[in-house]
Unconditional design. Structure first.
Length: 310
């Protein structure tokens, strides 16, 4: 496209930002360029006390988006952040003061599909589980292909289940819920947890292991879709999380409960383990399920199984 300068952008913004709502004396907006398929625009008009002034439309944000796109297409120097400020003129018929600054902010650069942080997280989880048993290297229940931003349904490139063998015990564990999210820059270990289930190794054949592993990856999908499930489990100790199909009869629900284990050394700190336990309806019959997540009934069911919460 033809050259488009900051002065061009200010001239285009002036009439649009000049249509300020009553009471506005200034304006402040921050916008980003398209990164990993996403861009953002925030901000608005302020009154004399610095409080936000409501607007009737998104018109200023839309104009800012157009201006940022044009600047990006014509830029001679790399940038990913734009700050725009508007100040109401002191007298009628005077021009408002508008400034526009571009910069490159490394802290808001989204993680791309080749970022080594993903495999760092996976390697850390494997070291943790190897300390608890032997990983079944030929076993993998994996579903979902990562998109161009390295995102699966779990918002990272990993969406799989590990099988860990120990004397008389088999552990199935999610491997990917704590992978840092792809396509964003925030310092978060995904949904900040991993799930696991434990079984008497003698009671499961290969088909049974596959069956429970598929259930666990489906439960991981629900956790990834939820909002701060790890926080709610920590708060309540145990929760009734989801129902099971008739294929798992007499078990009817999955309960999630707090576990003392934590995976240390992940890219943005440690994450807790959450135990997933299938339970039967008879284990919660007669209990009040009206509290958040049926937490009281879940804790009672755990206690009856001798699985107290630390």
């Amino acid at each position: 496209m033809a050259s488009y300068s900051i002065d061009d952008a200010i001239r285009e913004l002036a009439p649009a930002l000049g249509k300020a709502p009553a009471g506005a004396v200034s304006g402040d907006w921050t916008a980003t360029t398209m990164q990993a398929g996403h861009s953002s625009r925030t901000g608005g008009y302020l009154d004399a006390e610095g409080k936000h002034v409501p607007e009737d439309s998104r018109h200023p944000l839309d104009i800012i988006a157009d201006v940022v796109e044009k600047l990006d297409a014509s830029a001679l120097q790399r940038f990913n952040k734009v700050v725009i400020r508007w100040k109401k003129p002191k007298f009628p018929f005077m021009q408002a003061k508008i400034t526009l600054e571009t910069s490159y902010d490394q802290t808001i650069v989204p993680r791309g599909p080749d970022d080594p942080i993903y495999e760092t997280a996976a390697a850390t989880r494997r070291v943790f589980w190897q300390s608890r048993g032997t990983l079944h290297e030929d076993f993998a229940v994996e579903r979902g292909t990562a998109n161009i931003h390295a995102q699966t349904k779990w918002f990272g490139p990993h969406c799989r289940i590990l099988a860990i063998h120990a004397p008389e015990r088999l552990t199935l564990a999610t491997d990917g819920l704590s992978t840092p999210w792809a396509g964003i820059s925030e310092p978060e270990n995904g949904v900040e947890c991993e799930l696991f289930m434990e079984f008497d190794a003698a009671t499961l054949d290969a088909a049974g292991i596959e069956n429970w592993a598929n259930l666990l990856i489906n439960t991981g999908d629900l956790v990834a879709d939820g909002y701060r499930i790890a926080r709610d489990v920590e708060k309540h100790g145990a929760i009734l999380f989801c129902r099971l199909t008739e294929d798992y009869h007499p078990m009817t629900r999955i309960m999630l409960s707090r576990d003392p284990g934590r995976i240390e050394g992940l890219p943005f700190g440690s994450v807790p383990l959450i135990r997933a336990t299938p339970i039967a309806e008879t284990e919660i019959e007669g209990h009040d399920l009206s509290d958040d997540w049926g937490a009281a009934a879940a804790r009672n069911a755990l206690a009856k199984r001798g699985m107290g919460i630390d």
